[in-house]
Design a protein around this ligand. Sequence first.
Ligand code: TEU
Ligand code: CA
Length: 594
Amino acid sequence: FIPKGWWHSIKGVGKGITGSIYPSSFLDTNQDGWGDIKGITSKLDYLKSLGVNVVWISPIYKSPQKDMGYDIADYKAIDKRYGTIEDVDELIVELKSRDMKLMMDLVVNHTSDEHEWFLSSRSSRDSEKRDWYIWKPPSGYDDDGSPIPPNNWSQILGEANSAWTYDSSTQEFYLSLFTPEQPDLNWENPDVRAAVHDVMCFWLEHGACGYRMDVINLISKDQRFLDAPLALGQDKKYHPGGKYYVNGPKMHEYLREIHDKVLIKYDAITVGEMPVVSDINEIIKTVGRNSGELNMIFIFDLVSIDDVPDQVRMTLQPWGVKDIRRIVDKWQRAMLDHDGWNSVFCENHDSPRSVSRYTDDSDQYRDKGAKLLALMQTTLSGTLFVYQGEELGMRNVPRNWDIEKEYKDIESINFWKKSKALYGGNPKRLAEERKVLEKKSRDHARTPMQWSAEPNAGFCAKDILPWMRVNDDYHEVNVEKQMAHESEDDLSVWQYWQRGLANRQEHKDVFVYGDYQTVGAESDDVFAYVRTGSDAGKWLVVLNFSGKEVEWDLPLDIRIKGWMAGNYQKGKPEKAVMGKVQLKPWEGILGNCM
Ligand code: TEU
Ligand code: CA
C-alpha cells in the first residue's frame, strides 16, 4: 500500500505541523513592546510541547513596516526591531537541537519603496534598474492637468485608490498592487528573477528549510495591462484587476525556474500563498506530484467563505455548513484524485480569529467552538498550519474597541478612511461598514499572544506599552491557565489541540495520508466525513457546526466500534453506535468504525 502523497511523506512535508508565528505579537524580550526573535527562541519548548515541528515566521527583514514587514527594504538584513542575524543563527541552532525546522517568508512580488533596487529604479528613466519595476506613462491628463493612471486597477489594501502610483520626478506611474509603498517587481526581467533566486539561496544556505511564498501567484502580469471589468453594482473609480495578474501567463514558468534553479539544490519545503484562484486543474499544475513547482499552497476558499464573490475581501456574505462541506470536500478529494498535496489551516495573520468566525465565541461556547475546529483540522489531509493563539481559542478584538485608536493594519485604516469619506453622512451605511471591519479586519489576528494573566498578558513587561493593544479577555484566555488546566472531565483548548496533534501523528496513515469521503451531505447543521487509512482502519468525524442540539442519522453502511474522542469531555463520548446520534451545540465527535 502506497499512500497518496507518499513522496511528501518521504520528504517529511506530510508530517509537518507548522506553527505560524507573527513575530511582532509573539513575545517581547527587550522591553520595547515589539515581539522579537529571541522571544521566539525562548518559546521553542512551548511550541514543541504543543506538537509543532516547523516554524513559519512572518517577515523579519529590514522594513519600514508600512505593511508589517511585507514591505522589505533589504532581503538579507534583519530588522532591528526583531533583532540581529546572530539571533536568527541562534534560533536555527535551537530549532535543530529539537528536531524542528525554520520556514522563512519570501515576499518577492514587490519590495518596499525604500529598497535600494527601487530607489535606483525611480531615480531616473535611464537607471539600469528602471526595468526592475513596472513603469508606465499616464494614459492621459485630467482637465486640471493631473495625470490619469495607465489603467483602472484598484489597490488591494486600499480599494478606493489606484494600483498605480505617480512619480512626479520622472513623470511616470509605477505599479503598486498592495500599497504605494510596495512597488511590484517586474518578473519579465531575467535579472529580477536571478536576484530573487539569489535571495532564496541566501537563507537556505543559512539553514532555513524552505519558504512560505507571499502572493506568489501574482508575479506574472498580463503585459497588455488592460482595464479590469467593472465590479458589479459598484460606482467606483478603480476595480480589482485580478483577471490580469492572478495566475498570470508566465507564473508556472517562473515557478518551475525557481524549482530547477533553487529548490532542487536544497530539497527545500515550499508553500505558496495563492489567493483567489480555485480551479483544480490550475492548482494541480503547481502542487501535482510531477509538477516540478511547489510542495503545497494556501488555498483561500475557507478563509474567503464570507467574501462577496468577485469583489474585495472586505465584504460580507452569509454562508452555512454546506459551504464548509463543499469547500473541504472539494480540496480533500482534488488532492487525492489528482495526486497533489495541500495545506490545512483556518487562521493566519490576514484573517479574523476562527473561533469568532466559524463558530460562537461567547463565554458559553468559545471553548467548544475552538475544539470543534481543532478536531476538524487535525483529522484532515495535508500539512497543518496552526496560527499563534489559535491553540488557545483566541478571539477577535471586542466590538467596543475604538477603531481609530486600536486598529493598526493599513488595510483597516484605508478601509475606514474610505468608508467615512463615502458614507460619513449616512449613519446606517457607515454602521454596515463598521460591521465588516469588526468581523473581518486583519487586526483581529494580530493582537499580542496571551501567555498569562499578568499585565499585558505576559507578552511584554507590565510598564511597557505593547505595539498593539492586548485583547481584554487575557485573564481567561492564556497559555499558563490552559496548560495547567486540570479537570476530571475536560481538557482546555490547548490540551485538546495537543492531544489532537499527537493523535494525528500517531495515525498519519489515516489522518494525514488516508482516503476522505464526505457523509451525510444533506444536513444543514452537521459536517461529517470518513477517513480511511492502511493500518488504523476507518474513522468517522461528526461536527455539529450549529448552536443547536441536533439529531444526526448515522449512515447505514457505517458501524461504530466506539466513540473515541469529542469536545465535550476528556474521555470517550457516550453516544449511540447506530441509528440516531444526539449532538449538543458545537459538538464534535470522533468514532472508530468497524
Ligand atoms: O497577503 C495577500 C493577500 O492577498 C491577502 O491575504 C490579503 O490580506 C487580502 O487580500 C487583503 O484584502 C499577503 C500577506 O499575507 C499580507 O499580510 C500582505 O499584506 C500582502 O501579502 C502583501 O504582501
Ligand atoms: Ca522587543
